[in-house]
Design a protein around this ligand. Structure first.
Ligand code: KIV
Length: 276
């Protein structure tokens, strides 16, 4: 059964939701087969797939291409695509046009955008266009320059109150779920209890309705040490380094390919004799 935004809504208070980022067909196929509830084609792809130092250079074209690859892989998981920086900050009309491309060309079932009450008009317009929206509050990486770095958010009473108010405003505008990134666990639990839609945490404690992680972080493929909130569920980086080192050595010493990896014809000598 294919998950939809209704699956998400119904899960609230019933069971925990799992979401992982995915950016390509092969990886998404494996994750989908493992029963993950949702695949997020995050604009984190700018960092983990394209090697940028932040998410700001990701374009709608980048998102469309990666969303389409993931959507083709997902028989089961809900597929959500991130609206990249400046694709929804300029005007409501551009927001709908860009989100529409993620749906029509990228084949996502929902889009995610960062920001609070300021983006209520954009959220309302998307909902009116039948495009489900996931909100994203707390540490919003597209605002890294305004926030002064990647820091835990909602630590002061005023900041915590603003976050709660933003969450309520987004819910009223029609989002079907909310991502909370890097906020104190108690605040995330309070927001989760307050809202009637699922809240998916990343660095937001165990009181949320579900969790999301960047897959390269949780499988140990990152170059830099992962943030504190990441648990490493595998060591693919180590496995990959060992495998690639073994391949290089096998090629260098002529051990690869061996007979098992070679094609032959019955009368090879005869075949070669005819060549001139
Ligand atoms: O872009 C992304 O991967 C995200 C998650 C970290 C929530 O927005």
């Amino acid at each position: 059964m294919k998950n939809t935004v209704s699956t998400f809504r119904q899960a609230k208070g019933q069971r925990k939701l799992s979401m992982l980022t995915a950016y390509d067909y092969t990886t998404a196929r494996i994750m989908d087969g493992c029963g993950v509830d949702a695949l997020l084609v995050g604009d984190s792809l700018g960092m983990v797939m394209l090697g940028h130092s932040d998410t700001l250079s990701v374009t709608v074209d980048d998102m469309v291409r990666h969303c389409a690859a993931v959507a083709r892989a997902a028989d089961h998981a809900l597929v959500v695509g991130d609206m990249p920086y400046l694709s929804y900050q300029v005007s409501v009309a551009e927001t709908v046009r860009n989100a529409g491309r993620l749906v029509t060309e990228g084949r996502v079932q929902a889009v995610k955008l960062e920001g609070g009450a300021d983006f209520v008009p954009e959220v309302r317009a998307l909902v009116r266009a039948s495009i489900p929206v996931m909100g994203h509050l707390g540490l919003t990486p597209q605002s890294v320059n305004a926030l002064g770095g990647y820091k835990v958010q909602g630590k002061s009473p005023a900041a915590a109150q603003k976050l709660l108010d933003d969450a309520r405003a987004l819910q009223d505008a029609g989002i079907f779920a909310l991502v909370l990134e890097c906020v104190p666990a108690g605040l995330a639990a309070r927001v989760t209890a307050e809202l009637s839609i699922p809240v998916i945490g990343i660095g937001a404690g165990s009181g949320c309705d579900g969790q999301v992680l960047v897959w390269q972080d949780m499988l140990g493929l990152g170059e830099r040490p992962a943030p504190r909130f990441v648990r490493q569920f595998g060591a693919l980086g180590t496995a990959m380094r060992e495998s690639v080192t073994a391949y290089v050595a096998a090629v260098q010493c002529g051990e690869f390919p061996s007979a098992a990896q070679c094609y032959a014809v019955e009368d090879e000598a005869g075949l070669l004799e005819r060549l001139y």
